[in-house]
Each structure stands twice: as C-alpha cells, then as structure tokens.
Ligand binder design. Structure first.
Ligand code: FDP
Length: 392
C-alpha cells in the first residue's frame, strides 16, 4: 500500500476519460456488484511550469489543540499534510485518490464546451456532460482507492459496491458537480463529498463522518477538507505542476455582516424567513450569493464570517440533500469553528434516514445561527453569550 500511496502522490493514477461504458452506473441497483477494474493511465494534461510558493513566505499553522496538527505546516503537500494528520493509511489513500479525481474534474470543467442546456467534455476521447463525467471519475477514484466499501452520488443515489473492506474501510457520498446549472455561465462550481466509516450511509449522522471535503473549480482550483481527528478546515491550492499545496487553515468563524440567501422564493409564504431577510437588508449586510452552494459556503470558511441560508416554505420545499450536500458541508463548517442548523438542531445531529432526504439549512457564525433559529422558531438551542443584535 505504501508504494501505491507514493504513486498517488506523484499523480500517476490520474483517471482519464475513457470510451469504456460505465455499465454499472447505467442500470443502478440497490447495491451493485463491484466495478470492473479499469485501466487508469497517467496524464500530462498539466503544463510544466512551476509555481511553488516558498515555505519561508508562508505562516505556520495556528491550530494548537492537537499534537498532530501542530506538525502540519502551511506549504505542505497534500500527502505531507495527511500523513502528519492521521495514522489511518486507508483514509490517507482515499483522500489522495479523491484529490486526483478533483484535479481531473477541474480540467474537464475548464475545457468544457457549453451550449444549449449542457456543458460537454470536448477534450479527449469521450463526449460526456461534465457532471456525468465528474460522477464517473469519482466512482473510479473510490474504486481505485481500495478502501471504499460503498459509494453513492446525487447522480446515482443507490449504494454501489466499490470492493473495499467494511472493517477499516469507508463509505462515501458525493455530489459530483454541485451547481451544474451555472457551469455555462462560468461561475464557480464544485464537488462535495462526505466519508463515513464502514458500510453505512443511512442510520448514521453527519457527526459520524471521519472526513468531508469540497473541490472548488473557480479561477483557482482548491481542495478544502476536514478530518475528524484534527481541528480546523484546511484549504489546498492546485499548483500549475499538478500538486496540492496547503495554503490556509480555518479554525474560527467570527461575526461579520455578509449574507447568502438561498431559496429566496420561500419568503413569499414563510413570513419568518422574510423577516430574517429584511433584518439583513436593514442592517446593511453585504450580499454575496452565486447560487452555487459550494462557493457560497466556501466563502464563509475563507472570509471566516457570514451566513448562508436555504429555507423552505409550503410552496418552496427544501431541496438540498442531507447526505450528499448538507452533512458534508456542515462538517466542514463546524470543523472550521462555525455552526450549522436546520432551524432547531445542528445538521450534524440529524439522522440520515434515506439517501435522498432533503432539509433546510443555515451555516455561519454562532451569533448568526442563534439569530436564524430565534427568528424562524422563536428560540435557539445555542446560548447567546451576548445579545443577538451585537454582530460586528
Ligand atoms: P443547482 O440547483 O444549480 O445544482 O444543490 C443545488 C443548488 O444548485 C445549490 O448549489 C444552490 O445553493 C441551490 O441549488 C440554489 O437553489 P436556489 O435557486 O433555490 O437558491
């Protein structure tokens, strides 16, 4: 396994588009047989130019509450970071393999041809809509990791057997390309995934995740991840040479007037949500909303402040999926020092009863989540240390 891991780190397992059909995905069953093995070949799609940030110019990680994480430095490669952060070799391998898939997806998004209603991969030997291609690449990466038991995606919401072990292995839920409706407008889009131990993706909670991550395909490509055993949410930048470099830790989400209001149509028949939006406007919050959940939530982690809401109403039902989107992003936000809520509880405390379960959600700083719960339901489970109106 060590040899394979080294191979991952060098980028030699980059799965590339192939003309082979994904028959397992074409007719999904409740639990499919293992994917057939596929040839994963190296790729030279990345240029040769080097743009490595010298370690000396980068600050050392501020996170102090774990002996492991204090050894992790800004400037580390993804593999160095993971090796310092966890002794679980299976998890390291899985996160490395997903990193390989993410950089391939970044390239496919960047070079897609957009027209009509779809953005299609136009580079290489396979013509496929980019969200379906992303879906395929992620399943391939998980199978190749050898540590994934089951996987399922928003595109294929049934458990697929990836062939890995139950004991010491993981099950992974992912949204291959969240915000696929804004790929053509060249807005930032992203992949979301959550990693659970063993073979269960239902009857578990978001708090049971051992890791979660987003791949963010914008002007820059980043891999933002959190691991259960270490504090903080960690951002890796994809360098020109194809390596992921650790560039930021977030361990605190503070107060600040920035809002990102999803499902705004619900304000027409949810008066509490309408009042909450009025509050943000009256208090002169800055609106920062793209309509893509990945960049809209990522900005809270990067700017270390703000609130994202996606609230339901009788006529505008909850649409965000607990398993594929809400729980993994909740894990990233809470590991970053923020809070999440469905109005009454942390989204990490919600039991995932079925793969397609939907929920309303808010992510943000503590005071923002208190305000969200109080304005929607009259009280908050979080004890306010100071009056809620006191946001900076
Ligand atoms: P999209 O439909 O474009 O895939 O997850 C679905 C999602 O995007 C989120 O990325 C986004 O936050 C949300 O839908 C936007 O919904 P509203 O238009 O209702 O705000």
């Amino acid at each position: 396994m060590e040899t394979s891991l080294t191979c991952c780190a060098r980028g030699a397992i980059l799965p590339t588009a192939s003309s082979q059909q994904y028959s397992t995905l074409a007719s999904p069953r409740s639990v499919s047989p293992s994917f057939s093995s596929k040839s994963l070949r190296g790729s030279s799609i990345y240029g040769d130019s080097l743009r490595i940030v010298p370690r000396s110019s980068l600050k050392v990680s501020k996170a102090k509450s774990s002996a492991l994480v204090t050894k992790c430095e800004i400037g580390d490669s993804l593999e160095e970071f993971l090796t310092k952060s966890t002794s679980d070799k299976g998890l390291i391998r899985l996160m490395m393999c997903m990193g390989e898939a993410l950089r391939t997806i970044a390239f496919k998004v960047r070079t897609a041809s957009c027209g009509g209603t779809a953005c299609v991969n136009s580079f290489g030997d396979e013509q496929l809509a980019v969200d379906l291609l992303a879906n395929k690449l992620l399943f391939e990466a998980l199978q190749y990791s050898h540590f994934c038991k089951y996987a399922c995606s928003e595109e294929v919401p049934e458990l697929q057997d990836m062939g890995g072990p139950v004991e010491g292995g993981f099950s992974v839920a992912f949204d291959p390309l969240d915000g696929s409706s804004i790929v053509d407008t060249n807005f930032t889009v992203g992949t979301i995934f959550g990693v659970w131990p063993g073979d269960k993706l239902t009857g578990v909670t978001g708090g049971d995740q051992v890791a979660a991550a987003m791949g963010i395909f914008g002007p820059r490509t980043t891999y933002v991840l959190a691991l259960k055993d270490i504090p903080g949410t960690h951002e890796f930048l994809l360098l020109d040479e194809g390596k992921w470099q650790h560039v930021k830790d977030t361990t605190t989400i503070g107060e600040g007037k920035m809002f990102s209001p999803g499902n705004l149509r619900a304000t027409s028949d949810n008066t509490e949500y309408a009042k909450l939006i009025d509050y943000y406007v009256r208090e002169k919050y800055t609106l920062r909303y793209t309509g893509g959940m990945v960049p809209d939530v990522n900005q809270i982690i990067v700017k270390e402040k703000g609130i994202f809401t996606n609230v339901a109403s009788p006529s505008a039902k909850a649409k965000l999926r607990l398993l594929f989107e809400v729980a993994p992003l909740g894990f990233l936000i809470e590991k970053a020092g923020g809070y999440s809520s469905d109005g009454k509880q942390s989204v990490l405390d919600k039991v995932i009863n079925n793969l397609d379960e939907r929920t309303q959600v808010a992510y943000g700083s503590k005071n923002e989540i208190i305000r969200f719960e109080e304005m929607l339901y009259g009280s908050s489970r979080l004890k306010a240390a100071q009056p809620v109106g006191a946001a900076a």
